[in-house]
Each structure stands twice: as structure tokens, then as C-alpha cells.
Design a protein around this ligand. Structure first.
Ligand code: 1Q0
Length: 215
């Protein structure tokens, strides 16, 4: 088999990891959340090197979380809920300005969480798009409604330039590696409620602890 094979993106795989994210009591397992992002980054890497600066940042954030998970305090990082409790109780989070905990699990996860909102908005547009819809427009609109509000001008500029070179809808669906456009749309319909639920639970958790603006 080809060496590139394990790099091949598969939407079903991402879907499966997001399914594993929620425990019976609706806590979010960090391990599977991070695995979901890994799958998405695989997809991003298939789109070309222009997206390198985005995938680099995402990989970096994932690695920070994985290091906590595998570290000596790993058991506290099993779910988002346990992580938040542990870091807050032990003063491990910079709450108002960056200080000695600039790479806390909480602030790192918040960045991915905001990006998940972008994903949700983008996938919903993709799902309801028509043959002549432009992926770059859908991506840009989703970004402006979500992540852009948290990014400085230079990043917004760079992101906008990257969106311009996104492949068209047909090629984009192809990379998703699901099947016909109808099958892609069906799978998006299945994936979106899962992604939304994980997003909502995280959002509530952060709101409850007043952590939606962590520096
Ligand atoms: C398909 C096109 C992908 C476009 C991704 C949109 C997001 C743009 C974000 C650009 C910013 C990246 C540069 C770094 C920014 C950081 O400053 C920022 C804040 O962190 P910090 O430490 O400075 O406070 N970081 C972030 O906001 C995190 C951004 C993570 C973005 C992860 C995007 C992963 C994308 C995956 C592709 C999914 C394709 C969807 C279709 C597949 C079907 C399921």
C-alpha cells in the first residue's frame, strides 16, 4: 500500500471520534476531542502548504493538551470538566492577563473551541450549498461570524488569503473521501449535531466559570 495512505483523510473517522467525545453524563473526553482535531488537521494538510500556518498552530495547541494528558497530572485532564476544575482550584489559569500560566489547558482549549464554532458554521454552509456555491465564500463568512472576532488584523488578512485558494466545492467534496456529493451531504447532516452538541457543552462550561475571554 502507498505510504501516503495513512495520511488520507476520512470524514467517517472524524465523525467516529466526535461520537466518542461525550460520556454518559455529557462530559467531554479530551482524548477524543483532540483526536477529532487531529483528523481535521489531516484534511487541512491535504489542501496544501498555504494552510501550513493554520495547521501548525492547531497542532501546537493539540500538543499542549496531549502533554497534560500524558503528564503526571494526566488523570485530571481526562475530561474538559475535570481539567477546568483542577486548573481553577490550583490557580493554574491566567484569568485576566497573561502571566505565568500562558499555556494553561483552559486557554489552549478555548482557542480550539472557538475554531469548532467556525467549523460548525462552515459545515452547515457546505451541507446546504448548491453546485455553484463557492467554498471560499462559505469559509470566509463562517470565519467572519466566529473566529475573526478573536483574531488581530494580520491573522485575519492571512486567513482571508488562504481561503481564496481553497479548492472548489466538487474538489473539496472529493478530498472528504466519502462518496457522491449526496453522500457527503448526508454525512454532514449526521456530523453536525454531534459537533454542535460538543460545542454547546463546552460553551456552557466556559460561561459558567466566566472563562470565555481567557487571555
Ligand atoms: C478549510 C479551510 C481551513 C480554514 C481554517 C479556518 C481557521 C483560520 C484560522 C487562522 C488562524 C491560524 C493562525 C494562528 C492563530 C492564533 O493566533 C490563534 C489564537 O491563538 P493564540 O495562542 O495566539 O491566542 N489560534 C486559533 O485561533 C486556533 C485556530 C485553529 C484552527 C484550526 C483549523 C483546523 C481546520 C481544519 C480543517 C477542517 C476542514 C473542514 C472540512 C472537513 C470536513 C469535516
Amino acid at each position: 500500500s502507498e505510504p501516503s495512505e495513512n495520511q488520507k483523510f476520512c470524514l467517517q473517522e472524524v465523525l467516529d471520534t466526535f461520537k466518542l467525545c461525550l460520556s454518559d453524563s455529557k462530559e467531554v473526553y479530551l482524548e477524543h476531542y483532540v483526536a477529532g482535531w487531529r483528523g481535521l488537521i489531516k484534511f487541512l494538510n491535504c489542501l496544501g502548504s498555504v494552510f501550513g500556518f493554520i495547521s501548525k498552530d492547531a497542532v501546537n495547541k493539540i500538543q499542549i493538551l496531549v502533554n497534560y494528558l500524558n503528564g503526571e497530572n494526566g488523570p485530571h485532564y481526562v475530561t474538559m470538566q475535570s481539567m477546568v476544575k483542577y486548573e481553577l482550584e490550583n490557580d493554574l489559569v491566567d484569568l485576566t492577563k497573561r502571566g505565568s500560566h500562558s499555556e494553561s489547558g483552559c486557554r489552549t482549549l478555548l482557542r480550539l473551541h472557538r475554531a469548532l464554532r467556525w467549523l460548525e458554521l462552515f459545515l452547515e454552509r457546505l451541507r446546504t450549498s448548491t453546485e455553484d456555491s463557492k467554498t471560499s465564500n462559505m469559509c470566509c463568512e463562517a470565519y467572519n461570524e466566529s473566529l475573526a472576532q478573536h483574531h488581530p488584523w494580520v491573522i485575519r488578512k492571512a486567513a482571508g488569503m488562504a481561503f481564496c485558494v481553497l479548492p472548489g466545492r466538487a474538489a473539496f467534496f472529493e478530498v472528504m473521501n466519502v462518496g457522491t456529493p449526496e453522500q457527503v451531504v448526508a454525512m454532514l447532516g449526521e456530523a453536525l449535531p454531534l459537533i454542535s452538541e460538543v460545542y454547546q457543552i463546552t460553551e456552557e462550561l466556559y460561561k459558567e466559570h466566566n472563562m470565555l475571554d481567557l487571555p
